[in-house]
Design a protein around this ligand. Structure first.
Ligand code: HEM
Length: 541
């Protein structure tokens, strides 16, 4: 293709102007250079590789916090200054107190737009508030109560399928449990949110959308190549139209994302068409809250078709591997803590026996809430494994961020708050916060669910997050809308699995690491395979 040099020159000139403007804008911000921090790897990418391509997630966070305190100064691309914080009050201020005043940076919004569409994860300000209000009823207590039998049935189906497929003539088997959990959660979100059958448990990744999801995040984001790392690192310097163009390239990490989103949109459109036809025929079908919002006559509560498709792709992705991987981590720890696993199993038996005695075939939400050993397992797993280990936000105005844990400056002064200029980027380390000894006690770096039974031992208590001060579901106006759904689903899955199988480590010596693969994913150390993998020995009970 021939392109007139005048267009190329004009394009290059405009991009240079953009970069110069951005450079000076960033230079004119209030300095945070007085804060301590790690030396950058290079001026070009700063500390970005430490966070985005670590040997194991948390390596950088834990060592920096130990060396410099819970709030520090890191470098990003072209020497950009970033504030890094794991401080409870700072995170609470950004996510809760300041409302929408710390929006997502433009490059992260474009990323969510390209992966999920213009749905809830992408929206900001009043648009976000409106979408969230329309979606909230789908996650109400009444809606969740209705999902419990579905979670149980899907998990039960998986238990039967695992027994049929893997346990013919054997009592014990090493199984990659992440694969099964991913199938269970895909079936559950498809049916719970949209009445859509993926049949992932019974037919594996047979349907085209299930196939597109299979290994999507590790394939795109695990073990980033130098080219992908460089591309991600410069995104904050590019005008949004260029970021859009980059995401459309069918190469490298964009390739799997690109083919997935095309399929996800097709399937979402198909579901909308079928449900709408059923509704217009006066049949069931459109009982789902979002479908009804699509058909509403009231403009305040109406989700247009352009708005509903992104909500579907958002819920498919946000509500699937998140719970599968967190449940995998729970089983990982239970397999290494057999005595605690026994306590959970006893609790399951006792709760089911009590429900049967009162004539109930299904456990209720109150039953699940009463299972203290299981609930402590979930909370401790969420604390120890925040699958979204950090979130990045940008100050929407000049502001002052308060600290609960003062830090020392380079000159030895005590810093109790950080003034920041509009546009300052802040990296909130959930993985760092979730392991602070000041919050969780001296044994914060151990997986020990008993801490939630005894009462957490740390000296600092700031209300943060949506469950027991754990930050893993984020917090505030944009905290995870599906957190209750997730906790109930994970409890229901663990109940069915633990009732049928005992989990223990596999006999061969495999070391599991928390790999950076879009989300914190279990992988075998040293394996060349970029895929979630958690082999556990399952023994029939
Ligand atoms: C263990 C499971 C889960 C974890 C750890 C988790 C974590 C998170 C986090 C950290 C955020 C904030 C993201 C951001 O601000 O960019 C978030 C948002 C969100 N999550 Fe979850 N999530 C989980 C399960 C679910 C489930 C099951 C659903 C749906 C059924 C869901 C739907 C969403 C949605 C729609 C948002 C965007 C909320 C908003 O911006 O208002 N999540 N989640």
């Amino acid at each position: 293709m021939h392109m007139d040099p005048i267009y190329v020159l004009t394009g290059a000139f405009l991009c240079s102007l953009w970069l110069i403007r951005l450079f000076f804008k960033r230079l004119s911000r209030r300095s945070i250079d007085y804060l301590l921090g790690p030396p950058p790897g290079s001026w070009l990418v700063g500390n970005f590789p430490d966070l985005s391509r670590p040997d194991e997630l948390g390596d950088a966070d834990f060592s920096w916090i130990k060396a410099y305190g819970s709030t520090l100064h890191i470098k990003h691309t072209f020497g950009e200054d970033r504030l890094f914080t794991a401080d409870p009050k700072a995170i609470q201020y950004i996510l809760n107190t300041s409302g929408y005043n710390f929006p997502k940076p433009p490059e992260s919004r474009v990323g969510s737009e390209m992966l999920l569409g213009r749905g809830l994860v992408w929206a900001e300000g009043t648009q976000h508030a409106r979408q969230r209000k329309i979606m909230n009823p789908a996650f109400s207590f009444a809606a969740l109560r209705g999902f419990l039998p579905l979670f149980r049935q899907t998990s039960q189906r998986a238990v039967n399928k695992i027994k049929d497929d893997m346990f013919a003539g054997t009592e014990s088997k090493v199984v990659d449990i992440t694969k099964w959990l991913s199938r269970i959660t895909l079936d559950a979100i498809g049916e719970a949110a949209f009445g859509y059958q993926f049949h992932a448990v019974t037919k594996g990744h047979g349907s085209k959308l299930a196939k597109a999801y299979d290994n999507l995040l590790p394939e795109a984001f695990a073990d980033l190549s130098d080219a992908s790392l460089a591309t991600l690192s410069v995104m904050g310097w590019l005008p949004t139209f260029l970021i859009h163009a980059l995401f459309r390239l069918p190469v490298g990490m964009f390739k799997p994302v690109h083919s997935y989103i095309t399929i996800a949109r097709e399937v979402a459109q198909d579901i909308v068409d079928k449900q709408t036809a059923l509704y217009l025929d006066g049949k069931e079908g459109s009982k789902d809250v979002m479908m009804r919002a699509n058909l509403s006559e009231d403009p305040k509560s109406k989700l247009s078709t352009e708005e509903i498709l992104p909500q579907m792709t958002t819920l498919f992705l946000a509500g699937h591997d998140t719970t599968a991987i967190t449940s995998s981590w729970a089983l990982y720890h239970l397999s290494r803590n057999l005595e605690y696993q026994r306590l959970v199993r006893e609790e399951i038996k006792a709760t089911k026996a009590a429900a049967a005695e009162r004539g109930d075939s299904e456990l209720t939400i109150a039953d699940l809430d009463s299972m203290k050993y299981l609930l402590a397992t979930m909370k401790e797993t969420l604390r120890y494994h925040p699958i979204v280990p950090a979130l990045v936000r940008e100050a929407g105005r000049d502001d002052v961020i308060p600290l609960a844990l003062p830090v020392k400056s380079k000159t030895g002064e005590t810093i109790t708050s950080i003034p920041v200029s509009k546009g300052q980027t802040v990296h909130m380390s959930f993985i760092g916060y979730n392991r602070l000894p000041e919050v969780w006690g001296p044994d914060a770096d151990q997986w020990r669910p008993e801490r939630f039974l005894e009462g957490v031992q740390g000296s600092q208590k700031v209300n943060l997050g949506v469950i027991s001060n754990v930050a893993s579901f984020s917090s505030g106006l944009r905290g995870c809308i599906g957190w209750r759904f997730a906790v109930l689903e994970m409890q229901a899955i663990l109940i069915e699995l633990l009732e049928s199988f005992e989990f223990s480590p596999p006999s061969e010596n495999v070391e599991i690491i928390m790999a950076a693969a879009g989300v914190m994913t279990p992988m075998i150390k040293g394996s060349k395979e970029r895929r979630a993998n958690l082999p556990l020995t399952m023994t029939l009970l």
